[in-house]
Design a protein around this ligand. Structure first.
Ligand code: UGY
Ligand code: MN
Length: 241
């Protein structure tokens, strides 16, 4: 009988690759999606991995969209995105992204929330390379590095960071905060505490954390552990889209 590390709890979800189910979303051609987080689980954003065949394509919807390439090459307008490259696509700017070879990318979609008096203008389209983004030590600890993939600008209502833990490094505290998270393990592994549960996690696993889910991570093994983490950011908790 098969077993899985996948778990669905009231304030978190752990999805392991053995339980991923693929289905195309509207606008996909020679491509399929593994939806990791969506309003169906309580999330206020969606996150999915898109897998494209040679000549595959998908379209961004009416939402602001963040795309991070995991493997292959993704053509986004005039830009070709390689692994670790990413794009921010503003809402209501439909774009077709395509591949000339097998490609995987993670996609985050969120309804845009304007910022106070700054008006309703969302940020403009841009692309970046996570390999070139500066690493900042977390609370002064050089064994936990943070790379902020989006600019420090209140026009953005979410953040996407890459966090890299040297072997044995840990989050400095058990966090519990109003922001929710979508987390994709990119490399290595370790132990994730979510609420009262402790999970062994490794590259390829996905975690959704509800607001205030107690969370802590410790990296295990001989190589660094690295994850891509989304959070809602820069907005008052009473604001809704
Ligand atoms: O940004 C964060 O809240 C991050 N430190 N959380 C996490 O890694 N679980
Ligand atoms: Mn956190």
């Amino acid at each position: 009988m098969p077993d899985t590390r996948t778990r669905n709890a009231h304030d978190h979800l752990l999805l392991t690759p053995d339980s991923f189910v693929r289905a195309a979303l509207p606008g996909m051609s020679k491509a399929t999606a593994i939806v990791h987080a969506a309003p169906a689980c309580g999330a206020r954003f969606t996150e999915y991995t898109v897998e494209l065949e040679t000549g595959g394509s998908f379209q961004t919807g009416p939402y602001q969209t963040f795309v991070y390439v995991l493997s292959g090459k993704l053509h986004c307008g005039k830009t070709a995105l390689s692994p670790g490259h990413y794009a921010y696509i503003p809402p209501a700017s439909p774009l077709t992204l395509s591949s000339k070879k097998a490609t995987r990318a993670v996609v985050i979609e969120k309804t845009y929330m304007p910022y106070g008096d700054a008006g309703p203008t969302p940020p403009a389209f841009f692309t970046g390379d996570s390999n070139a983004v500066q690493t900042t030590p977390m609370l002064g600890d050089p064994s936990v590095g943070i790379q902020a993939l989006l600019p420090d600008d209140s026009a953005f209502d979410f953040a996407v960071n890459v966090m890299t833990f040297q072997p044995g490094a840990t989050l400095p505290m058990i966090e519990a905060h109003v922001m929710e998270h979508g987390l994709l393990m990119l490399e290595g592994g370790g132990v994730y505490r979510l609420g009262e549960h402790w999970y062994a996690v490794s590259a390829g696993d996905y975690i959704w954390m509800a607001p205030f889910c107690p969370q802590w991570f410790g990296a295990l093994g001989k190589a660094p552990a690295k994850y891509l983490i989304y959070k809602d950011w820069n907005r008052h908790p009473l604001q809704s889209a």
